[in-house]
Design a protein around this ligand. Structure first.
Ligand SMILES: [Zn+2]
Length: 432
């Protein structure tokens, strides 16, 4: 039995803004109310705020290999998509590149306090060994000790091939499992076309069928500005009308972006039980605008937070994007409080993955947690340490990160891998 005690924190954020002090205790990777802690490993949290591990609900880990790529910035999405596609083609997306990019992206995630990443993988060359690609991403997560929700996406893929590949990936990575989550909770598989702007109804239908067969969550992207333009031009409908007709406005679906939505659409989204992922670190630089998060939450939607990928965001630092979400929310109505945005980055994202055991520090939750040192100069004078966690000290990183009861970041360094080697291997592959 492995017992961990986190002791002496300034504040422990348990759930939805519920803040307390006192110990956080976990046994074999699960938070417990109280226990015999005589032989426990004790983590000293003096000067720290303790939160649940952050959950990045929308990433494209492959794009970690394509950050700040010349010719992909400051251009409309209709030009960005082919520019990224040609970069993928010249790099040759294969299991090796998928694994190295995932390893770098997941290492960055852990070092910035993100313990679970939803990786919406959209690039599947027609001759690729897609099971090996998924295995490479899953292997990277397992090696680092991060939780991964691997989303078998599609972007103009042949619908039949995409569905057959998704089915093969589930059977290979989660053999004999229904519900899409491994027994130890470290790996989840989901499916999701890139959006109605890129994929036909058949892809939504066939990937939806794979989801039904295996009990997987479904995820897609909607109402980036170009998505609305293309849907109107191609179908004479708005994206959410299409998703509704195609059976993709449902409680097992999460929609990323949702920048350009009407009041009527917000009401329909809420009634459908779908959840949302806000990704301002992508939406703002891409020029798509700001999703009306206040209105979405007030309507009753579960809203999570995601970074989206390195092709638009260049960083996978979810707490930095939580700060951005706070800043830009004031453009769209009453400003969101820090406690709500922190809830989005933890429990809100976890709920969209169908994982209520993640993103919280309540008894029975997974022991994924971060110790954030708030005793430094950048926090001097801060009255509310939880609000300061997001507002003060931009780019803050946690001192210690625990996943499933195991310390994976200690004193700001990975304990599970050599950081310099991760960097060198990705650069070596990208330059080759
Ligand atoms: Zn995205």
């Amino acid at each position: 039995m492995s017992v961990l005690v986190v002791r002496g924190a300034v504040a422990v954020v348990e759930d939805s803004g519920r803040v307390r002090t006192g110990d956080v205790v976990s046994i074999d990777g699960t938070i417990v109310e109280g226990a015999d802690v005589t032989d426990a490993t004790v983590l000293d949290a003096t000067g720290c705020v303790v939160t649940a591990g952050l959950v990045n609900a929308h990433h494209h880990l492959l794009q970690t290999a394509f950050r700040t790529l010349p010719g992909t910035r400051g251009i409309p999405m209709r030009d960005w998509l082919p520019a990224m596609a040609s970069a993928y083609a010249s790099a040759g997306v294969d299991p090796e590149l998928t694994g190295l990019a995932a390893r770098a992206g997941l290492a960055e995630s852990l070092l910035s306090g993100v313990t679970t990443v939803a990786d919406h993988h959209l690039t599947w060359p027609s001759d690729a060994d897609t099971v090996a690609m998924a295995q490479a991403a899953a292997g990277a997560a397992a090696g680092l000790g991060a939780r991964l929700a691997f989303v078998r996406g599609a972007a103009r893929d042949d619908p039949q091939e995409a569905a057959a590949s998704a089915d093969a990936i589930v059977r290979a990575l989660l053999p004999g499992i229904h519900g899409g989550v491994s027994t130890d909770g470290m790996l989840q598989i989901a499916v999701g076309p890139a959006g109605v702007h890129s994929d036909p109804r058949e892809s939504f239908d066939l990937l939806g069928e794979v989801a039904r067969t295996h009990g997987l969550r479904r995820r897609t992207q909607a109402n980036e500005v170009v998505d609305v333009e293309i849907a109107l031009a191609r179908y004479g409908s708005r994206p959410l009308d299409l998703l509704e007709q195609w059976g993709w406005l449902a409680p097992d679906v999460t929609l990323a972006h949702l920048c350009d939505v009407t009041d009527d659409e917000i009401a329909r989204l809420a009634a459908s039980g779908v959840s949302a992922t806000h990704a301002p670190g992508c939406d703002v630089p891409m020029g798509w605008g700001v999703a009306p998060v206040r209105l979405l939450r007030d309507a009753g939607l579960a809203v999570g937070l995601g970074t989206s990928g390195g092709g638009s965001n260049d960083a996978g630092h979810l707490l930095a994007d939580a700060r951005l979400a706070l800043q830009v929310s004031a453009l769209m109505g009453p400003q969101l409080p820090a406690s709500e945005v922190l809830e989005m980055a933890t429990a809100g994202s976890a709920d969209g993955l169908g994982r209520p055991e993640l993103g919280r520090l309540t008894p029975g939750s997974a022991a994924d947690l971060c110790l954030w040192d708030v005793s430094g100069i950048a926090d001097a004078g801060v009255a509310d340490p939880v609000a300061g966690l997001l507002w003060a000290s931009p780019g803050r990183r946690p001192r210690t990160v625990v996943v499933d009861g195991r310390i994976v970041v200690d004193e700001g360094r990975l304990t599970t891998a050599d950081e310099e080697e991760i960097v060198a291997q990705l650069f070596e592959r990208v330059r080759r």
